[in-house]
Design a binder for this molecule. Structure first.
Ligand code: FPP
Length: 254
């Protein structure tokens, strides 16, 4: 975050109806690079620029929570060179953005198995997490070594241990308790889930939390995703009717 970007064009956006929590599956870095006959890593590098743009835009318009799917539990199976390049890129991003993110009152948080990340990446993450822990304008969750099923398994184990120890009655287990044992804890669920690159999949992302999220899939590859398209999705989101399984209140009886 080096230069001061112009304020985003908020025309057509209702500030009172913005999503509180946006989650993004950042897909298509590899294809972006392949189309240009470049190494896949170049796609991830360009993707990191998009991360900057989206974080800035969210902060400018007043989004409270942004969750980015940066590395899944399945991504460990990619070639070693790509995994290692992604880890290096991640560390570079954290180190170079740290001060700006802190100045912008942004809290950085990690969702996932942090203990499986390389030691230097963990150190950089712990550093930015503790530096920004009291920041309140916006929380950016980096989903790293994250898998929705593994998160659910972790939650079940924690709750089972509580029951086994006699500290929790099975009847006391409810949706709120389950949510508190997920990585997102007391954060509100995502209102909006965006996936780039056109794939119609959830890919093991926030399986519990996206129960009522509005889903938008764009064919744009993540490195090409820009502020204008992001704001256009927000306008479409505001035009949707969120019913949470209920009947719209305004509709007349049939
Ligand atoms: C998916 O594209 C993207 C990833 C697995 C990594 C996402 C990483 C970044 C956007 C950059 C670094 C992140 C931060 C937070 C600075 P893909 O490789 O699966 O693309 P493909 O489906 O076209 O092959």
């Amino acid at each position: 975050m080096n230069s001061n970007p112009p304020p985003p064009d908020l025309s057509g956006l209702d500030p009172a109806k913005l999503p509180i929590h946006i989650a993004i599956i950042m897909d298509g870095n590899g294809r972006w690079a392949k189309r240009r006959l470049l190494n896949r890593v170049k796609g991830h590098e360009k993707g990191a620029d998009t991360v900057r743009t989206v974080v800035r835009t969210c902060r400018q318009i007043g989004i409270h929570f942004l969750t980015l799917y940066a590395f899944s539990t399945e991504n460990w199976q990619r070639p070693k060179v790509e995994v290692s390049a992604l880890m290096t890129l991640l560390k570079k991003y954290i180190v170079s953005e740290k001060n700006e993110l802190h100045q912008q009152n942004i809290r950085i948080n990690v969702l996932g198995e942090m203990e499986s990340l390389p030691a230097d990446v963990r150190t950089a993450l712990n550093d930015i997490i503790s530096l920004t822990r009291n920041n309140a304008a916006m929380t950016v969750n980096l989903a790293l070594s994250y898998g929705g099923r593994a998160e659910i398994v972790k939650m079940v184990r924690e709750i089972a241990l509580e029951v086994q120890a006699g500290r929790l009655a099975p009847e006391a287990i409810d949706a709120g308790l389950v949510a508190r044992h997920l990585y997102t804890g007391t954060m509100p669920d995502p209102d909006l889930l965006i996936r780039t690159s056109g794939e119609m999949r959830i890919s093991n992302f926030l399986l519990w939390q996206i129960a009522y999220a509005e889903i938008f899939v764009t064919p744009t590859l993540w490195p090409d995703f820009d502020r204008e398209e992001f704001l256009a999705i927000l306008r479409q989101y505001q035009a949707r009717e969120r019913r949470f399984g209920k009947i719209p209140e305004a509709s007349p009886p049939q």
